[in-house]
Write a new protein. Sequence first.
Length: 240
Amino acid sequence: MTSSGAGVCITFDDNYVYQWHGAKDIFKEYGARATFFVGGFHSLSEHQRWTLRDLQWHGHEIGYHTLSHPKASDFLKQFSVQDYIDREIVPGLALMKNYNLQPTAFCYPFSDRNESLDRALLHHFQILRWGSADAKLWFCPPFGNRVVCAGNIDLAVNPERSMEQIQSELHQAKDENSVVIYYAHRIGERGIPYLVLDKMCQMAKDIGLQFHTISELAASLTNEPSVTDAMTDSSHSVIF
């Protein structure tokens, strides 16, 4: 039996579409739903784009991760916040909409964010995500969030992280009735290994945690339908 709202939110960044899709059966086995923040959508093949649609159809959320993956602080040394929106946000969202992918969550490349960008981006998205090595920041309430932070779980390339730490964090989320947020990139030998992902999902289920997509964490306490559910129904820090 799950605690009320206590859970885990598993997210992935960039565009490792086939590796993500290769974990579909793992997610299905545990009733887990993940969020995939896609960068460079314009560079993906048609097959990759429709593969993302298939992930969405299976209940996962497709988020947004810019077109060219710029580091925000470097970009803003030369250009304005509005330039960031016009160049990195609006064109990519328009292209994704053609495939019935309408992201309501955004993830900062390199976890490089500032309040000016937060304010501008929240006109286009319901929730923003960044990352940090500070584990205290990875926990949030199950509802009403606009900007959240995640911890890295690319265990194959991040020796500072372990399954024992993740297990402890999952228990903390259960005890505090909170949600712990994670991010990875690849699934496999250069990211989070498939067996590790399987074990993590099994631990979360055994502990009694819910699996949240990230936009669900922005919902109000009035039990509004989640964005992921609505889209599925209608269509079917270690910083890198």
